[in-house]
Write a protein that binds this ligand. Structure first.
Ligand code: BGC
Length: 443
């Protein structure tokens, strides 16, 4: 069995080579008592709140299911993996893979498959009966050339608006907006009531989520999905209109958005400094974990019955130091019990159709409604969360959004309309990114 030494040393590389040598030596002597403990390094971006609660629940199951294996936390904080993915890329390039890492099902996983950085799990799927336990469409998104490369833990919904009902009620807002125009009108009401930044927003990828929700409204499910396959043009007037609406919505957000991760923006909602936040439905579990129960939510106006989905999954990394232990982790992630425990805490819909919560617990009322919607609503993928587009495409879009957001800071802290030049520049950048990456995908 593998000892804990390598993993300790690997985690400490950032502290400097001298320190690593010193601590590795210490670990070697300490390891003499510990030769039976094999470690599985699990690399995620689930560092706090509802995300950490979900990971902890999975780790408890793993500890019970996999005697002799020990969990090592390879977490790198930062919503949507914005920092973790960079660290992971560097580690994979240096030949220092964690045993397993979190990856979104869909285009993002395909990046790692194409690069040969993940191992084939087809035999495990068959041995564990996973083809029957998981929805067929999801298994398709994890498959390339007939081989399956990852185990999905959950499904999240991206296109949800979280609200602070008290803040809205104080401004006389008692109905759910059905259109973007109505939402903008309510934001103006909030601003007049003294809420300077009605829409809590964070950095680039959270802005991409907002843009995607607007585009779903403007284009409908099928044409929206086509934006990422080349079937829908990014140059259309519907996309231009969407970008203009996005600019208007941005003008109601906090000026310091580019320095904020999603929990920072969520704090504005909790503290009553904002009325709305568009965010994936991990927010429900996170708000609960932070003790804020008085929230409510609605699907982004105009998105109708569309469920913008993303799924977290785990892989067996190429060159994983402890493949056997990692397979035991993956089996736990795949199991009905593991998915029940994990999703109850994480706030997501279990990927398996037969997962039950641990005895004495139930899925939250939000989760129960999401599970119903997942069965009936029209699914569309997400670029911000890797189900629709590759990481390189996502990075290009995020850069374009950052440039746009920064350009809006220069005039005033509360611009009420976006400048036409910057909207055109953003649209051009989005078209250029689509042209570049759709072409690459078709080659
Ligand atoms: C992940 C979620 C996570 C969210 C915020 C998404 O990309 O799929 O599991 O909660 O990012 O960090």
């Amino acid at each position: 069995m593998r000892s804990t030494r390598r993993s300790l040393a690997a985690r400490l590389t950032a502290a400097g080579a001298g320190l690593v040598l010193m601590l590795t030596a210490t670990a070697c002597s300490a390891g003499d008592d510990d030769t039976d403990a094999a470690t599985v390094e699990v690399f995620t971006w689930w560092a706090e709140g509802g995300e950490k609660a979900g990971l902890d629940a999975l780790v408890s199951r793993f500890t019970a299911d996999c005697p002799g294996q020990q969990f090592t936390d390879g977490v790198v904080a930062g919503g949507a993996g914005i920092n973790a993915k960079q660290v992971l890329t560097a580690r994979l390039a240096q030949g220092d893979p964690p045993d397993t890492f979190q990856v979104h099902a869909g285009a993002e996983l395909t990046d790692y498959i194409d690069a040969g950085q993940v191992q084939d799990l087809t035999a495990e799927y068959d041995a564990w009966g996973l083809r029957q336990a998981l929805p067929e469409g999801l298994v398709d998104d994890l498959t390339v050339n007939g081989k399956i490369y990852s185990v999905p833990a959950n499904v999240h919904r991206a296109n949800v608006v979280w609200i602070n009902p008290q803040v809205l009620s104080n401004a006389g807002i008692h109905t759910t907006p059905k259109t973007i125009t109505a939402l903008l009108r309510d934001m103006e009401k909030l601003r007049k009531s003294g809420i300077e930044s009605p829409l809590a927003l964070g950095r680039d990828w959270t802005q991409l989520m907002l843009l995607e929700a607007v585009l779903i409204s403007k284009l409908g499910a099928e044409r929206f999905s086509g934006l990422f396959t080349g079937e829908t043009s990014w140059s259309s007037s519907a996309v231009s209109a969407g970008i203009r609406d996005f600019g208007k919505l941005m003008s109601y957000s906090n000026a310091d958005r580019d320095a904020m991760d999603w929990p920072d923006a969520e704090r504005l909602l909790i503290d009553g400094k904002a009325g709305y936040q568009l965010m994936g439905d991990w927010e429900a579990a996170d708000l609960e974990a932070k003790g804020f129960k008085a929230y409510d939510w609605f699907t982004f106006p105009g998105n109708g019955e569309v469920f913008q989905w993303l799924a977290d999954s785990f892989v067996l990394a190429g060159g994983a130091p402890n493949p056997e232990g990692t397979k035991c982790w993956l089996k736990t992630v795949a199991s009905a019990e593991g998915q029940g425990a994990f999703n109850a805490a994480k706030g997501s819909v279990p990927a398996r159709t037969d997962a039950a919560t641990p005895a004495g617990t139930v899925f939250s009322s939000y989760q129960q409604s999401a599970m119903e919607d997942w069965k009936t609503a029209t699914p569309v993928p997400s670029c911000a969360h890797g189900s629709a587009c590759s990481q390189a495409w996502q990075n290009a879009v995020n850069s374009a959004l950052s440039a746009y957001s920064t350009s809006q800071q220069s005039t005033t802290t509360q611009p009420s309309t976006a400048s036409p030049q910057s909207i055109t520049a953003l649209h051009k950048a989005l078209i250029a990114a689509a042209n570049q990456f759709i072409k690459q995908e078709q080659e």
